[in-house]
Design a protein around this ligand. Structure first.
Ligand SMILES: *Cc1c(COP(=O)(O)O)cnc(C)c1O
Length: 477
């Protein structure tokens, strides 16, 4: 009883766990992503809460075995899935250290060096954006919170009275623009900000899956004539479906002309700023007012790590600052308490894993990662372009590929794609997914693990070919 363990017990349990984690990492290049289809179950666990504990060694061993043997493994090299990566090992170690030290990042007085490290990490990332004036930012739980924060900043900047008096005091309906393919965290955000979900105007996309600037201008004009108050445009760098990047410069021109806040949802794609060679992918990012970037996507961090950055530091204070009698104050502090610039109060140190990874591997490791994954994506794109069975559905920009079966009538495509995904993922070895882009069914694969090599991609191509051959001949005319 009680939580204390002896020094020896702590050591033994710690070594036991780190050995398992080490073996897990060793297995990732060849590990199956999940169980075979006939062994997967999705029913809830039903054990009662343990009244008395059990032997730590056995519990830890059983639980680790169960999680590793029966889990779904996003970090596997054969996970061609959504945007979540294999964590760096330094990040895994940083997470253990953060839990042990448990710094309270809400206030400087109780976190000191941890807060300095967090601020420095924010500065390192913000400097890569390339703004030519002061900027500030804060870590978030992810892109959802970062996008919410970005819209809150835009709202506070354009309608400062609404911070105290609410959006009703604005006297007209404020509206926000994004592309038809923008992330659905934006719908949540406008709803939670009290604007209502209809305040999010989804603008049609062009054939490169980018927000169409001309249609945006028309919609802004229409909205203004109808008495609405446009205040913000959200550009996307790396749509979830296709990895498309909006024309940030064109949107910046429009925002300047129409006095609108430009937020960039770069949860995945904004990480291109870590590459000197490829930062052109997000050309114009230095003209935005705020940026969302998720280290737990392209920067190979485990959950959770998002960042919101802005070149309007005052807007962060306006949107989030409150004063309290109980939070410890530091006279003459050169830094801000985090609770004054964030939706969060008590907060975890989500920055140490980024910081430690950068200290050990340097930005150069990201330069190399981004370059290598873009090259692998090119190899995959070339293969689709030469395939008899499949074709690219959307031009490849970031390491995400949207493709479809060739020669299948449109009305049969979604069902055929479902079959392909079932076939390819049945044995659990690898993972791809179906989705809809611009109303049309596509298959999707993404190169997101730093462990994925050309060999993994060739294996996947083999699996795709075999899957396509299982389709009844009638499906392909
Ligand atoms: C992943 C993603 C989000 C949401 O971020 P979370 O970290 O999952 O909260 C928002 N926008 C885009 C473009 C994304 O890819």
């Amino acid at each position: 009883m009680g939580f204390e363990l002896t020094r020896d017990e702590r050591q033994r349990l710690g070594y036991q766990l780190i050995d398992r984690i080490n073996d897990f990492f060793e297995s990732l290049p060849t590990r199956n992503v999940q169980l075979p289809a006939n062994e997967r179950t999705f029913s809830p666990l039903a054990e009662p809460m343990p009244e008395l504990g059990d032997d730590a060694t056995r519990v830890l061993d059983d639980l680790t075995t169960e999680l590793i043997d029966r889990g779904f493994h996003v970090p596997a090299a054969n996970y061609f899935g959504l945007m979540n990566p294999t964590p760096t090992y330094m990040a895994v170690l940083a997470e253990a250290l953060v839990s042990a030290l448990n710094p309270q990042l809400a206030s400087l007085a109780r976190s000191q060096l941890a807060s300095k490290i967090e601020n420095e990490t924010v500065r390192w990332i913000g400097e890569r954006v390339g703004w030519n004036s002061a900027f500030d930012g804060t870590f978030t739980s992810g892109g959802n919170e970062a996008n919410f924060s970005g819209l809150a900043l835009a709202l506070a900047h354009h309608f400062p009275d609404a911070i105290e008096n609410g959006v009703a005091s604005i006297g007209a309906q404020p509206v926000v623009y994004c592309s038809a393919e923008a992330h659905h965290s934006l719908d949540k955000s406008v709803g939670l900000l009290g604007l209502g979900r209809k305040a999010l105007r989804r603008i049609p996309i062009n054939d490169r899956i980018q927000l169409d600037p001309e249609k945006l201008v028309k919609e802004i004009d229409n909205d203004r004539s109808a008495g609405y108050k446009p205040f913000c445009v959200v550009a996307t760098a790396g749509t979830t479906n296709s990895g498309a990047v909006d024309d940030i410069s064109a949107l910046a021109d429009i925002c300047e002309k129409h006095n609108l806040w430009l937020h960039l949802d770069g949860a995945y794609g904004a990480a291109a700023i870590f590459s000197d060679k490829h930062r052109d992918l997000v050309r114009g990012i230095e003209r935005t007012d705020s940026v969302t970037i998720d280290p737990h996507k392209w920067l190979a961090m485990p959950f959770a790590a998002g960042v919101i950055l802005t070149r309007h530091p005052q807007a962060l204070r306006d949107a989030f600052e409150v004063s309290t009698p109980y939070m410890p104050k530091l006279a003459n502090a050169a830094m801000t308490d985090n609770f004054k610039v964030s939706t969060q109060w008590s907060r975890r140190m989500n920055s140490l894993k980024v910081y430690l990874t950068l200290k050990v591997h340097g930005r150069a490791a990201y330069e190399e990662l981004i370059d290598r994954q873009l090259q692998l994506a090119k190899v995959a794109a070339d293969w689709f372009e030469q395939s008899d069975l499949f074709e690219l559905a959307v031009p490849q920009v970031l390491p995400i590929l949207n493709f479809r079966l060739k020669g299948v009538p449109e009305q049969d495509l979604a069902a055929a794609h479902t079959r392909i995904v079932e076939e390819v993922t049945r044995d659990g070895q690898r993972w791809i997914s179906p989705t809809m882009v611009n109303g049309r069914s596509v298959l999707r694969m993404m190169i997101i693990s730093y462990l994925t090599t050309e060999e993994h991609i060739r294996d996947l191509q083999q699996a795709l070919v075999s899957a396509a051959r299982t389709l009844p001949a009638t499906a392909r005319s």
